[in-house]
Design a binder for this molecule. Structure first.
Ligand code: SAH
Ligand code: SF4
Length: 347
């Protein structure tokens, strides 16, 4: 019989599992703290439990951990990038960024991605599997242990499409924000999606206080369907309708991600069209000069183009910022390091 993934259990579930094994109720509190808050990687580390009990737990439960396979630190800004190895040998990436208000981590939600966006390194390497809630938590715990500092903000913006692993992501959100766990509040969490509209409606109705980022990257279907296959399922109009619903129901501002690709989506006409389509949504646009990904043939827009594009949006009443690129010397953007590792490049 396969063992139970203990780090993915909600507190009540853990309590029931322990009670059904004849253990007193208060043990659940202790074990939950070890697993969720302290982020132990083995049962032996639970030093206030008897050896006998630790062995008993290890018989029925397993700890899904992440191990550091590669670590790179940016000389430019201190950004840290990890390639983590999972229990089954698969690899994923996480990035830690230091801001004035503390440390923020960008975590992966899947090994690879099914969505196939043409500009994205993760999209290019295909899909292997979903991550478990325990593995997403372990990304934070391992990184936190490695840097010796508390991580206060989480963004679900690494490899994978979080809303394509919806059940596990919801469970992760519940665990990571629990008081006896890492206790990272929803207001400190952002989730980025390429636009799975049915899930955006569902998320809105849950009224979680997290920040939603939507990867828009184009003002119309012609351009968006060319770079993001998901647009053929839900087009720009349907996507923006769900965003309007989300911001109305939750009262939260939505961040729209827009990777500026030279000659593809960065013209003045694109800026005007984008502004008019975002009208009436509490929105903020993040412009990101597209990162070089080998084999895409895309080039980032120049400084002047970025300035002009931003100015048009601002004039039309849409707030926009050009996102500063962190860790550009360590291939910090999603999927690049794993892809290079798989292709056998030097690290
Ligand atoms: N799947 C989710 C979250 C992970 S991707 C999503 O697509 O939103 C995280 C962000 O990186 C997304 O906004 C994505 O569009 C962006 N991205 C991917 N490849 C990029 C590249 N080459 N340059 C700039 N941004 C990129
Ligand atoms: Fe997947 Fe996001 Fe990359 Fe698109 S941009 S392929 S949705 S990870």
């Amino acid at each position: 019989m396969s063992k139970i993934d203990i780090r993915s259990l909600l507190f009540e579930e853990l309590q029931n599992e322990l009670i059904s094994r004849g253990l007193p109720k208060f043990r659940a509190q202790q074990v939950y703290r070890w697993v969720q808050q302290r982020g132990v990687t083995s049962f032996e580390e639970m030093t206030d439990l008897s050896k006998e009990l630790r062995e008993k737990l290890a018989e029925d439960f397993e700890l899904r951990n992440t191990e550091i396979a590669v670590k790179r630190v940016s000389k430019l800004d201190g950004t840290v990038k990890y390639l983590f190895r999972l229990t089954d040998g698969e690899t994923i990436e996480s990035v830690i960024m230091k801001y004035k208000h503390g440390y923020s981590i960008c975590i992966s939600t899947q090994v690879g991605c099914k969505m196939g966006c043409t500009f994205c390194a993760t999209g290019k390497s295909g899909f292997a599997r979903d991550l478990l809630p325990s593995e997403m938590l372990s990304e934070i715990q391992t990184a936190q242990r490695d840097i010796g500092e508390r991580i206060s903000n989480v963004v679900l913006m690494g490899m994978g499409e979080p809303l394509d692993n919806y059940r596990n992501v919801l469970r992760f959100l519940e665990l990571v924000s629990s008081e006896n766990g890492l206790n990272i509040g929803m207001r400190h969490i952002s989730l980025s999606t390429c636009g799975l509209v049915d899930k955006i409606y569902d998320l809105a109705d849950r009224k979680l206080q997290l920040t939603l980022s939507v990867s828009l990257h184009a003002p119309n279907d012609m351009i968006r369907s060319r770079t993001m296959p998901v647009n053929k399922k839900w087009n720009v109009e349907e996507l923006l309708k769900s965003c309007r619903y989300y911001s109305t129901v939750t009262g939260r501002r939505i961040s729209f991600e827009y990777a500026m690709i030279s000659g593809v989506n960065d013209s003045d006409a694109c800026a005007f069209e984008l502004a008019s389509r975002l009208h009436g949504i509490i929105a903020h646009v993040n412009l990101i000069p597209v990162n070089d990904v080998t084999g895409t043939g895309y080039r980032k827009s120049g400084e002047e183009r970025l300035r002009k594009f931003t100015a048009i949006l601002e004039r039309k009443g849409i707030t926009a910022t050009v996102r500063r690129t962190l860790g550009s010397d360590i291939e910090a953007s999603c999927g690049q390091l794993r892809r290079r590792n798989e292709q056998g490049g030097t690290l």
